[in-house]
Ligand binder design. Structure first.
Ligand SMILES: [Zn+2]
Length: 888
């Protein structure tokens, strides 16, 4: 009799368990025989035992989904008795191994069947790779960990007709013909790198070439590779690359190191883009742009992602991570670098506000859910689950705080020291902090707690004015995040300013603390290090309005008792554009939460006239640019509003926000109409002033169409029909979808008819419908999930429909009937056996389930349990679901 076996729950890997490798690999020689049914990988590894490792320590190589054909040690073929194979390892006993030796292997793999899109796979008939975090082990047996860095030489062999282009990392050193219509190319990468940065591409691709001369005068060839039909959509990507290369030289003194830099766009990609040394592989979404196919946001995202991957050449590739717990070392730092770049390329204020909006919407929610973790996680089951907004965005905020504390020059000295000290090494977050501390002379011991801290800290502030002493005392207090009590005291920079009410609004006061001889600047950074600290400003005649957390100087929730009048003053006059926007958001949030309460209690709804008046002032302000105005006049989203409730009131929040949009539109109808008429589009241009104008005009259109009147709907129809660019077309279409009826159906049909052959644009068609506020959205999403153009196996399409719906449509996804939940769970179960990492991303939509009412909690819990009960569930989905269901 055989006992029924229950597969053991996957065990977490702990940061505390890190051990250095027992062996290093100095050189790797790879030869790929690429074929239609199967491919062969010949690997020759030069290995050596690490110092201090005993002679009998076995060599354990990682390997997954590989068929081993041949294995030889120093030229001697090994038999089956000489090694042991499991589903994930190849072990050679230590006794037979010299201190240094050569291991040759031949394995067979099947890239055409690789639906996980990890390792070597096919996309649109081409071969490509994705190896971060642990995909290289699906290509050959290897020590697949980032602290093993080797020099690679790679030969690709394939049929010339199908795969005329053969690319790999480094410089191309040879190419030529082989028998039977096949050809080869050999690439050498002179820089040692971890296996996760390995890449190859083979396919029928076209190239947009460019050139960049580095500051030391070296010419670098630039190549953007795409499918032939997309060759007219690469210029923006090339321009963005050139800007990034120049900026990194100017801002950080970092120069590119190889003779060639290549970017390849592929259609099937789990992530955004990948920084493989010299050969970036990108989701096509972050490369391809033409005015009629890409929005202004797409253009900016492309510029930023290209910059991000380029900047990794230093922060990630030249200096890499010792282990995956250190992911934020390269990601938090590189996100900060791409943000600084973006702020230099366009309006810094608009960029900063967008960063904070993203952080508050997604990262703050993650901090309050079952996946809450420090920017340097302590454990994981599946590393792919930790490419999170916490590691990336909060990680960038932490390094941004460091920059604020050290000043731009001190930070730059720290960066220079970090790169000098660790070039060519795999290091840790502690090494980074040590370089910053050594270069600046600052003690960062307390600051380093940000790396282990879980959740969003709360900072409470209150101010007291003493008219006799003419002082203003600000008391700052740090409190643990919601639901946590174990938080250590952090080192938190709080940027503040004080505004004195004046006849024409407010005046910024030069700030002088009690122990200082003279007043200084109008903004200063206070360092909160204790549980409670008091800061007394002198020379303050009248009670000021305190502008706190300027520029969002720390990733905290700020609680400060302020009257609506004080907020209205800050919204109208704060010279810090972030704080000005933030005051408006808080004022709007208060008004909307009151409306939601009124809706819950069945009271009649009326939008606070003070808020309406404040919005009217913003709209009329001649000094604000269009993008800032559009941000200021966009009401807080339902997901952000829900974070400020004990139990998310899904329906009431929706009612309140819809009501407020219409009420604002009615109150501001005339200025909005005038604005819309006055900003009629000229010829399309991507210049910032034109982007600002389009943003503001489309904001006005959104409000006007929300009135639901035939003449305002006609504006959207006319804009949709006449648009020569995707920004205007998409915004008009979004308005029409929200409006519904025949206008919507006609626009959707026209859009589909024009773009059904264009995957990236068709993704927009799915996403816009999935995020609509219209009453029948859920029914339409259910229908779209069976649409012939829907393809669960393509990550972009799955994200467009299901990712958008689950993460960006609180009202309809959380529909009481539970059909939204069932749809998502069905698709997670369907996708998991094919692409576990995408399935894990989708299932995360259930993470906030405990924040909702009992009926919704029960419905979501039932779906989570149904998923958990699936036989053969992947580690990736298991980890997310198990954490979600774990008792709190
Ligand atoms: Zn990155």
């Amino acid at each position: 009799m055989i006992e029924a076996t229950v597969s053991a729950a996957p065990q977490p890997i702990l940061r505390a368990d890190y051990r250095g490798p027992s062996f290093f690999i100095d050189r790797v020689d790879l030869r790929f025989e690429l074929g239609e049914d199967l491919s062969r990988v010949h690997a020759t590894l030069s290995l050596r035992r690490a110092d201090g490792v005993p002679d009998d320590a076995p060599l354990v190589l990682d390997g997954e989904a590989l068929k081993l054909l041949h294995l030889a040690l120093d030229g001697r073929t090994l038999g089956a008795d000489d090694y042991a194979l499991t589903a994930t390892t190849l072990t050679i006993p230590g006794r037979g191994l010299a201190a240094a030796f050569e291991l040759r292997s031949v394995v067979e793999i099947r890239p055409q069947d690789n639906t996980e899109l990890s390792g070597l796979y096919r996309s649109s008939g081409n071969f490509c790779t994705q190896c971060e975090a642990e995909g290289f082990r699906r290509i050959t047996y290897f020590l697949d960990r980032p602290d093993v860095m080797a020099r690679y030489s790679v030969t690709l062999e394939a049929e010339r007709a199908r795969y005329p282009v053969l690319l790999a990392n480094g410089n191309r050193v040879a190419a030529g013909e082989l028998a039977d219509g096949r050809h080869f190319a050999r690439w050498d990468d002179p820089f040692p790198k971890p296996s996760y940065l390995f890449a190859l591409v083979a396919g029928d691709l076209r190239c947009l070439p460019g050139e960049f001369t580095t500051r030391s005068g070296r010419a670098v060839r630039l190549e953007i590779w795409v499918e032939p039909e997309n060759i007219d959509r690469c210029e923006h990507a090339l321009r963005s690359l050139i800007k990034s290369m120049r900026w990194d030289e100017q801002a950080f003194g970092r120069e590119y190191d190889l003779d060639i830099y290549m970017i390849v766009a592929v259609n099937d990609f789990n992530m955004g883009a990948m920084e493989n040394k010299g050969l970036n592989i990108f989701n096509a979404k972050y490369v391809l742009a033409r005015p009629d196919t890409a929005t202004d946001d797409d253009y900016q995202a492309i510029e930023q992602v290209i910059a991000h991957e380029y900047f990794h050449n230093w922060s990630g590739n030249r200096v890499t991570c010792r282990d995956w717990f250190q992911l934020t070392l390269k990601e938090g730092l590189t996100v900060l670098r791409d943000r600084l770049f973006s702020r230099d390329m366009r309006s810094a204020a608009v960029a900063r506000i967008s960063e904070v909006l993203g952080l508050r919407t997604a990262q703050f929610a993650e901090d309050r859910g079952p996946m809450a973790h420090p920017i340097r996680p302590e454990s994981y089951i599946e590393m792919n689950n930790f490419y999170t907004t916490t590691v990336y965005e909060k990680g960038a905020e932490v390094i941004g705080m460091l920059r604020l504390l050290l000043g731009p020059d001190g930070f730059r000295r720290g960066m220079d020291l970090y790169f000098d000290r660790h070039d060519g090494q795999a290091v840790t977050c502690d090494d980074f902090l040590a370089a910053m501390a050594d270069a600046s002379g600052r003690d960062l011991a307390q600051f380093s707690r940000w790396y282990s801290q879980v959740g969003t800290p709360i900072v409470r502030a209150r101010g007291e004015h003493d008219p006799d002493a003419r002082t203003f005392t600000l008391t700052l207090e740090q409190a643990p995040p919601h639901g946590r009590h174990d938080a250590a005291l952090l080192h938190i920079p709080i940027a503040v300013g004080l505004l004195a009410p004046a006849a024409d609004g407010a005046r910024a006061l030069p700030l002088q603390l009690a122990d200082e001889p003279a007043p200084g600047a109008t903004t200063r950074v206070l360092e909160l290090r204790a549980a409670n600290q008091r800061f007394t400003f002198v020379g303050v005649d009248a009670p000021p309005a305190a502008s706190l957390l300027r520029g969002f100087s720390a990733p905290v929730e700020l609680e400060v008792p302020r009257s609506d009048d004080e907020l209205a003053l800050l919204m109208a006059s704060d010279p810090d554009p972030f704080s000005r926007w933030d005051a408006g958001q808080e004022l709007g949030r208060r008004a909307l939460l009151r409306l939601a309460d009124d809706a819950a209690a069945g009271r009649p709804l009326a939008l606070d006239p003070r808020f309406v008046a404040a919005c009217a002032r913003v709209l009329a302000d001649p000094h604000l640019d269009g993008s800032l105005k559009a941000l200021a006049l966009t009401l807080p989203g339902e997901r952000i509003l829900g974070q400020h409730q004990e139990v998310v009131a899904v329906d009431e929040l929706h009612t309140a926000r819809q009501f407020a949009v219409r009420a604002l539109a009615e109150a501001l109808r005339e200025p909005l109409q005038a604005l819309y008429a006055a900003t009629a589009p000229g010829p399309y241009s991507i210049e910032p002033a034109e982007v600002d104008r389009r943003r503001l005009r489309n904001l006005a259109l959104g409000y006007l169409v929300a009135l639901g009147e035939p003449q305002t709907v006609a504006l959207a129809q006319a804009q949709f029909a006449a648009a020569d660019n995707m920004s205007d077309a998409q915004e008009a279409l979004a308005c029409l979808i929200d409006h519904g009826g025949p206008a919507r159906d006609a626009a959707l049909a026209a859009f589909h008819g024009r773009w059904c052959g264009d995957p990236l644009v068709l993704d927009k068609w799915f996403a816009l419908q999935a995020m609509s506020s219209h009453a029948d959205t859920l029914a339409r999403v259910l229908e779209l999930a069976t649409h012939p153009d829907f393809n669960l196996g393509n990550p972009n399409r799955a994200r467009a429909l299901l990712g958008t719906f689950g993460a960006r449509n609180q009202f309809h996804f959380h529909s009481r009937c539970g059909r939204g939940y069932a749809l998502l769970a069905d698709k997670v179960i369907e996708l998991d056996p094919h692409n576990a990492s995408m399935a894990a991303r989708l299932v995360a939509a259930f993470n906030p389930w405990r924040r909702f009412d009992a009926a919704r909690q029960q419905a979501m819990r039932a779906q989570l349990e149904r998923i958990a009960g699936q036989p053969g569930l992947s580690r990736a989905v298991h980890e997310i679901v198990a954490r979600a269901l774990a008792p709190v």
